[in-house]
Design a protein around this ligand. Structure first.
Ligand code: NAP
Length: 313
């Protein structure tokens, strides 16, 4: 590859896409193109002209990397064209996350799995990422028997239109909204957390129960987590283990406000579960648009391109 990679941000006008452009600019990337639907084609975004994400444009062979943050249906349609054009694709929708042969990657947890891609690496759900960051070091230290999680998810997790609705209808800001994107008896979001976290950790049988709500917060997801380990872990040891783990920053009282704009999952309130002496309870908060989406995807690319550059040197 000659100099900087040529990066296409597909879904650039969306909540995740805009943060992706911002992070790429902060990291000094200059060969970036913005793609979205025909609705946005021709608009200017961050000094870039938005191009329509057509199969022809994506398969033309002039992109090294494509960072997709469009809906699942659009990803299913468009990702294969970008792969055909030779781009490394990181897809943030749920289209490929559980597919055989597609790595689902949180670099700090299972970065090595990213190497086994056939053109596409999937980026996990914004709640699965911080949960995996917390469970992986506890698993390494003491084994995992079971995890339970209750999420408090911000509206930006449901995209830019949901953010506009919260801004426009502050009266909605006084209630929980579970009907915006969640669906099913067990919400699809709750199933995603279980299945994705198992895949990321490589623990296919791990019992994980989730209960998700959408809260009237713009950015930043929070999670209350209860973990049963195989070997006993004291809260002090858990704090030491998590404090040394990559991607995590200890914070006595994590909140979406403290996490928003940052790159780490904030973890705190680490304590013995009073109902179960073999279990720990903790609370975390994480910026769902950054580490929960855009940043994690960029880190996957940096990992793979860094390895390729080192191999070529
Ligand atoms: N928000 C989060 O915290 C988060 C976290 C992890 C993963 N994700 C996933 O990331 C994806 C995007 O989420 P978001 O929150 O950024 O949604 P969003 O704000 O609604 O943005 C959607 C983007 O997709 C584009 N798009 C829609 N249909 C398209 C098509 N047929 N062809 C090309 N572009 C199309 C839109 O372009 P127009 O503006 O032209 O319509 C827009 O840029 C979703 O799959 C979501 O599940 C989101």
């Amino acid at each position: 590859m000659d100099g900087q990679p040529r990066i296409g941000v597909v879904g650039a006008t969306g909540a995740v896409g805009r943060v992706t452009l911002e992070l790429l600019r902060e990291r000094g990337h200059e060969r970036v193109r913005a793609f979205a639907s025909a609705r946005s084609a021709g608009a200017t975004l961050d000094g870039l002209e938005v191009e329509e994400a057509t199969p022809e444009a994506l398969s033309a062979g002039d992109l090294d990397v494509c960072l997709f943050s469009v809906g699942t249906a659009a990803s299913r349609e468009l990702v294969p064209h970008a792969v055909e054009g030779g781009a490394l694709v990181v897809d943030k929708s749920s289209a490929y996350r559980l597919a055989d042969g597609v790595p689902l990657v949180v670099p700090e947890v299972n970065g090595a799995a990213a190497r086994d891609h056939a053109g596409v690496v999937a980026n996990p759900n914004c709640s699965s990422i911080p949960l995996s960051l917390v469970l992986a070091p506890l698993r390494d230290a003491a084994g995992l028997r079971r995890a339970r999680v209750a999420t408090y998810q911000s509206v930006s997790g449901a995209g830019s239109q949901a953010m506009e609705r919260l801004r426009a209808e502050p009266s909605d800001g006084h209630d929980l909204r579970m009907d915006w994107t969640f669906d099913g008896v067990e919400f699809d979001e709750e199933e995603k957390i279980r299945l994705e976290t198992r895949k990321i950790l490589g623990e296919p049988g791990l019992p994980i129960s989730a209960s998700c709500v959408r809260v009237p917060v713009l950015v930043g997801h929070a999670e209350a987590v209860w973990v049963e380990t195989e070997e006993p872990v004291s809260p002090e040891d858990a704090e030491r283990i998590l404090g040394a783990a990559p991607g995590i920053e200890l914070e006595p009282f994590p909140s979406p406000g403290k996490a928003a704009g940052g790159d780490h999952a904030l973890v705190g309130r680490i304590r013995r579960d009073p109902a179960d002496p073999s279990a720990l309870a903790l609370f975390l908060a994480c910026d769902n648009l950054r580490k929960g989406a855009a940043l994690n995807a960029i880190q996957i690319v940096e990992l793979l391109l860094g390895e390729r550059d080192r191999a070529a040197a």
